[in-house]
Design a protein around this ligand. Structure first.
Ligand code: NDP
Ligand code: OXD
Length: 324
């Protein structure tokens, strides 16, 4: 109470985190925001306060459409396809995570896998299994071009990491971005030339109506294969449904692609029946290129909530019409 009037309690934060340990997130948020109710409201029957923000990862559809509605919807990761696919109620702002911890993890993944394929580590591992002292032949990074599909937060940071270890980097995105420290091109008309110059295709594209199925046989078939690197490699750390998995499998089997690192899949967890598990030229990782760590991300989440509550513009707004 102050000045005789009643002070409204800060809105609660309700968590709906599928596949993650919500108790750990809740505990971290309670420590960092002791004045706020932090509740786990993962399912349609969990009680809700009148005023709350919804922090979610792969929420069930009903959680987004319950009454009362959240004031702000926050993705606990960078992607928002897991929210937008449920057509959340119009008019509620949506925000996502952009944070150096999350971005740094993606840079580690992208640089690791580009170097892995440059150094032909799957051949080295096969040689080791045979006790075979044979050195795979590979060109220097400076003569290999990594083509980044998506030059947003993840793409740009990955580019910096790749350039630091000597790769030649080019980028491709939806709309022109000024001031990038590497050549980039935009839109469907530019895609062919971008692919023709690319040895290692790295995607950090979001899943949107425009990107779903984009990495298909036609796209893969346009990648460069006559440079010093030889047949190209695909690295997908964006979303599984941006690639046509049947086309990727075919390309890996017939040599159109030399190899791939795949972190994301159309169906996750990747079913035991998926042929990707057994391909010797594929590195499968369980969608952990950049994991969300509550310890690291809580400050960014609370900062975005504070901005919203004070009427300041959100730092990382999601544009529903654009799909990301
Ligand atoms: P951003 O929004 O910052 O960047 C997205 C990029 O994709 C932008 O350059 C954007 O273009 C481009 N893009 C979007 N649609 C198209 C299109 N139709 N054609 C060409 N380019 C397009 O997002 P982030 O970089 O932060 O994250 C990207 C994605 O990475 C997330 O949405 C998520 O799916 C994935 N991700 C995966 C993780 C993992 O662990 N595997 C972890 C974190 C993220 P424009 O520049 O015009 O906006
Ligand atoms: C994300 C992810 O979008 O982990 O943050 O995929």
């Amino acid at each position: 109470m102050s000045g005789g009037g009643s002070m409204k309690a800060a809105p609660a934060i309700a968590l709906s985190l599928t596949g993650w340990d919500a108790a750990v997130w809740a505990e971290r948020l309670r420590q960092a925001a002791p004045g706020r109710d932090i509740i786990v409201a993962a399912g349609p029957d969990d009680p809700l306060p009148q005023r709350y923000h919804l922090l979610c990862w792969k929420p069930p559809r009903e959680v987004l459409h319950r009454s009362p509605k959240p004031m702000l919807i926050l993705s606990a990761g960078a992607g928002v396809d897991h929210i937008l696919k449920h057509e959340p109620p119009a008019g509620i702002p949506i925000t996502r995570i952009v944070d150096p911890d999350l971005t740094g993890r993606m840079v580690e993944y992208v640089v690791l896998h580009c170097l892995y394929h440059l150094r032909r580590m799957n051949e080295a591992a096969a040689n080791q299994a045979q006790k075979c002292w044979t050195a795979p032949v590979f060109p220097p990074a400076r003569s290999v071009t990594v083509g980044l599909m998506g030059v947003g937060e993840m793409g740009q940071a990955s580019a910096r990491g790749l350039m630091a270890v000597g790769f030649n980097v080019i980028g491709w995105g939806r709309s022109p971005r000024a001031g990038l420290p590497f050549p980039s091109s935009y839109g469907a008309e530019a895609l062919g030339a971008f692919l023709a110059a690319t040895d290692i295709l790295v995607s950090t594209l979001p899943s949107t109506p425009q990107t779903r199925g984009l990495i298909d046989a036609t796209v893969i078939g346009k990648l460069r294969r006559d440079g010093p690197f030889g047949p190209p490699v695909l690295i997908n750390a964006g979303r599984g449904d941006t690639a046509d998995e049947a086309d990727v499998l075919q390309a890996l089997s017939d040599g159109t692609l030399r190899a791939a690192s795949l972190d994301v899949f159309a169906t996750e967890p990747l079913p035991a029946s998926s042929p990707f598990w057994a391909l010797p030229n594929v590195v499968v990782t369980p969608h952990n290129a950049a994991d969300s760590d509550p310890e690291a991300l809580t400050a960014a989440i609370l900062d975005e909530i504070a901005r919203f509550e004070s009427g300041a513009p959100l730092l990382n707004p999601v544009y529903v019409a654009r799909g990301y």
